[in-house]
Design a binder for this molecule. Structure first.
Ligand code: ADP
Ligand code: MG
Length: 282
């Protein structure tokens, strides 16, 4: 029975790590999604560069590309694609990547800091608040505000359908993200997700899961994520789901359910397969 259920799921590219998780899937009342790489493609594109204080757009892009040169973050990839010039690694030193904030580095003797509002605030850098539909990456050179780069991601094709299907199954949907509030709002609206929380650090995501767990009573809470930062959140949920195709090893190892493709519809299929299995067994 259950064994067959797990086998049936695996034929659909859904790996369930034990019959207790198959059972938990049938009782899921809330599905919490991480935004980047889970509901969105995680493929950012630079859409705008705005310079300030005598810096040029070229300066900003170069500083940002050098700072991001050795980062694996999707933001780094987009900036390096747009820069499209050779990076002299010898000009880069003292790189420090701060999770949920940005990067600090020394570039050709200049002290460069790039990242979000929170990061600038933490470093006491004053800048104009910009309310933009996208992810804003600020650039600071020798403590002077140099400008920002706007990058935007796009929704996965089946993301809205997955949310609609979950709501049809009477499952609540929640979105969590480290991204800014205006970017989060745009995606939540397009997806029809009413409950979402932005500007979260990985530890804040765990806190939100804990709140949702205590609100769910006898229902189960699932979390779907992909990144290295998500492993503690995946671990805390009743059913931790990793998008395995793109996911980090840590996330895949921690997860209770691993999805072999990156479609959010696989979350719906997991619940459906689990429910069908229960019908057959009981
Ligand atoms: P998410 O929760 O959407 O997966 P992350 O936790 O990876 O996002 O990052 C949250 C925010 O931290 C990003 O939206 C960005 O503002 C900032 N950030 C993190 N890493 C970097 C980086 N390498 N360069 C610039 N900004 C970064
Ligand atoms: Mg993430």
């Amino acid at each position: 029975g259950y064994f067959g259920g797990i086998g049936g799921a695996s034929r659909k590219g859904i790996l369930v790590k034990g019959s207790n998780y198959l059972d938990a899937l049938t009782k899921v009342k809330t599905v919490v999604f991480d935004k980047t790489g889970t509901l969105t493609k995680g493929e950012f594109k630079v859409s705008e560069i705005v310079s300030a204080n005598g810096f040029s757009n070229e300066d900003i892009l170069k500083y940002a590309a050098y700072a991001e040169a050795n980062s694996n973050h999707p933001i780094a990839k987009s900036i390096l694609e747009t820069y499209n010039n050779k990076i002299q690694q010898s000009e880069i030193s003292e790189v420090k990547e701060i999770s949920g904030h940005g990067i600090q580095a020394k570039i050709n003797g200049d002290e460069v800091l790039i990242g979000n509002d929170r990061f600038l605030h933490m470093e006491n850098i004053v800048h104009d608040k910009c309310d933009i539909e996208g992810t804003v990456v600020h650039v600071v050179v020798n403590k002077k505000y140099a400008g920002y780069i706007v990058i935007s991601d796009s929704l996965k094709d089946e993301a809205a359908e997955a949310i609609a299907e979950l709501n049809k199954l009477k499952v609540n949907t929640v979105m969590l993200t480290g991204d800014n509030k205006s970017a989060a709002e745009v995606y939540a609206k397009k997806l029809g997700i009413r409950e979402y929380y932005a500007e979260l650090l990985p530890e804040n995501k765990v806190e939100h899961i804990e709140k949702l767990l205590s609100a769910a009573h006898d229902g189960k809470v699932a979390f779907v994520g992909d990144g290295i930062n998500d492993a503690p959140v995946i671990a805390r949920a009743d059913v931790g789901i990793a998008m395995g195709a793109l996911g980090s090893d840590a996330a895949v190892e921690t997860a209770d359910v691993v999805l072999m493709t990156d479609s959010p519809m696989q979350v719906v299929h997991s619940i459906e397969v689990a429910k069908r299995t229960r019908t057959i067994v009981w």
